[in-house]
Design a protein around this ligand. Sequence first.
Ligand SMILES: [Cu+2]
Length: 348
Amino acid sequence: MWRPICTRCARPALVAALAIVLAGCAGEQSALSAGGPAAAAYARLGNIMYAGAAAILALVMGLTAFAILAPPERRAWLGRRRSIVAGGIVFPIVTLTALMIYGFGVMRDAGWSEAGRVARDIGDINPGNGALHVEVVGEQFWWRVRYLDAAGEVEFETANEIAIPTGRPVTLRLTSADVIHSFWVPSLAGKIDMIPGRTTTLTLAADRAGTYRGQCAEFCGAQHARMAFHTVAMAPRDFDAWLDRQRQPPAPPSDPFLERGLEVFLSSGCGACHTVRGTEAAGTLGPDLTTMGSRPSVAAGTFPNNAGTIAGWIASSQHLKPGNLMPSFDALTGPDLRAVAAYLESLK
Ligand SMILES: [Cu+2]
């Protein structure tokens, strides 16, 4: 008879194995780790499907073993017409129909009907209805994010970061400036395409504060894989403070090193593509850098944000993300590069 080599260690070993497997479900970008109601509905559906598929696989494997190993007279019933109709036709129809009906409920819970309704009346944005209007434009290879006021005017622009308050659904208007991209924050909602010339909408809602990573989910060119962003869900009070900080352009630098950084920024031509509100830089081809220092990442989720990665990016953008629309500024001197990076990092 089979016996575990050591009964005492069998249980801890099983627990350890399960812990390793289940660790794969956590993380800032996982449909299995839901941060809001829509994602929770998908995660439940997923769990039902994984458990159901595992049970059916076990059943089929068991029956296969039985069909091979059992004596002929005992396994004969498996080949009867009745068994084939029951197992091959009735069982799939019943289970898949039940799953479909449950799936319609999931679509309702995940807000698809709600998204459709908002899509119709968002066309003539209703002034003063208190809703938060956020527009996200997919660009090769980053995300332009605009916060609009009640009249539909752009209040401020940021990039690769979407801040939302917890406990309140936010409907995003999504479109693209060039090719088809797809917007996906697996821990918060389903994914939806961003199509040039069209506006789609998606509602994000987070129950718990935290950072949820999103990723472009439609191949859009050479740097598609490095087109990520972070959704930062904050308690409502923190969110209001964030909005206030974003609305105000940062004060001009007073430290001579940062002043030098601003000078380098303006004299190197960065302003042809980038805006820093409160300065003469007003380009719109690249991300608005007004509050660069407060973002979670550099270059659409490619690097963590600090003065070192900003400097590396400015000098070698074409090596780090070949084919992106920013040229490498590899002729800047070391001190100038450090100054401009420190200046951008100071913009919060
Ligand atoms: Cu893409």
